[in-house]
Design a binder for this molecule. Structure first.
Ligand SMILES: Nc1ncnc2c1ncn2[C@@H]1O[C@H](COP(=O)(O)OP(=O)(O)O)[C@@H](O)[C@H]1O
Ligand SMILES: [Mg+2]
Length: 262
């Protein structure tokens, strides 16, 4: 039996939306009388549990705002859950959103060493991987350009190349391939497959459901922060696709009714 790599146990995440809002004492009482006081507590995740063994891959699916990125940030240790526990074993290479973790004024070269250092790797360790990172990211001509001049696609390629070169035990890829073209996405999928063979655990979010099916063994479907389904990637993704199609069909019907009235 392979060892546990990630264990999310009964996790809840609450954001307090009122924290930064300036309200008067009068407004406070108005909200209290109306029973609006507690609406500022927003639960982005409720009762989420799942487990991954070493070398397993899971795709998180769900519409925008369903809590995928929040869950990945919790696993990466960027935030603490409000309730519940998260266990991870080994090093984590988080690739969260686009270009997160880059220093805009530094060049690609400097950012590679900086990112390496932030993951606890020596200059020597990164030197050995430097050429591979630049070649994979297809940035040979831009090695010494400050990354603030990079397109979102270039940043995504660099981020992906670094995160998959530092030999982390867990790789987290949140929508990183959405900006690349189909050819680069294929290259990334190939690299993810080889990481899986080496025993890396992967958490993957992509708008491209077929890419999730190709890349992952398992899938977790989130909706409004709750787990709708958790299991085999095909089963979960087919159910999710059906749900999306049904939503689209209903939206079209509503629109048709509106058009009729107009
Ligand atoms: N720091 C935050 N403060 C308040 N609300 C947040 C914060 N981060 C995320 N949210 C909210 O939590 C919900 C889930 O967001 P997110 O995890 O980004 O979803 P997804 O990645 O599935 O699109 C959204 O409604 C979002 O607005
Ligand atoms: Mg997201």
């Amino acid at each position: 039996m392979a060892e546990t790599s990630v264990k999310v146990d009964n996790v809840y995440m609450m954001f307090n939306l009122s924290k930064n809002k300036q309200t008067s004492l009068k407004q406070y009482f108005i909200d209290m009388v109306k029973g609006n006081l507690f609406f500022d507590e927003f639960w982005a995740l409720e009762n989420v549990s799942f487990e991954l063994k070493k070398g397993e891959s899971i795709g998180l699916v769900g519409v925008n705002g369903s809590g995928k990125s929040t869950l990945l940030r919790l696993i990466a240790g960027i935030m603490e859950p409000t309730h519940g526990t998260i266990y991870t074993k080994g090093t984590i290479a988080p690739l969260i959103a686009l270009g997160g973790g880059f220093e805009p004024t530094l060049s690609a070269r400097e950012n590679i060493y900086l990112n390496g250092a932030m993951h606890g790797h020596s200059t020597n360790f990164m030197k050995k991987r430097f050429d591979d990172i630049i070649t994979f990211a297809e940035l040979e001509e831009f090695v010494d350009v400050p990354v603030k001049n990079f397109s979102s696609g270039m940043l995504a390629r660099l981020g992906f190349a670094i995160a998959t070169s530092v030999h982390a035990d867990i790789v987290i890829a949140d929508e990183v391939l959405s900006v690349g073209d189909a050819r680069f996405r294929k290259k990334c999928e190939t690299r993810i497959s080889s990481l899986l063979k080496e025993g890396t655990t992967i958490l993957y979010v992509s708008h491209n459901i077929n890419s999730v099916i190709k890349t992952c063994q398992k899938a977790l479907w989130l909706d409004k922060g709750r787990v709708i389904q958790n299991g085999n990637v095909r089963e979960v993704c087919i159910a999710y696709k059906r749900y999306i199609e049904e939503q689209n069909r209903m939206a079209k019907e509503v629109q048709a009714l509106k058009d009729e009235k107009a």
